[in-house]
Write a new protein. Sequence first.
Length: 107
Amino acid sequence: MAKYTKDLWNRDKDGSHKEQRSFIRYAIVATVFFLLFLLLKKDSIITWVQAGFTLRQQDRQIERYERENAALDEKIRMMKDNRDTLERYAREQFYFAEPGDDVYIIE
């Protein structure tokens, strides 16, 4: 096959392999046009790949938000069910204190 592709574009050297060399030239030109069409049109492969990356990133972000929401729901449930947890949260986050408690804020 390598000897047929030597000087492929010179039609004088086609000889007895005229059909084969003509088909190879046609296949090369058609492939180049096809690749240019896929890469340069508005809805190209590059756009598809970028959309795929964006979708994958958004799926990961949705999963992360779902985990955060589940953790927050668990925290809310704990605060509803357990008064000690609610008091500890109020003391730590909002510096609440019971009457007679001394509050020291260290940052």
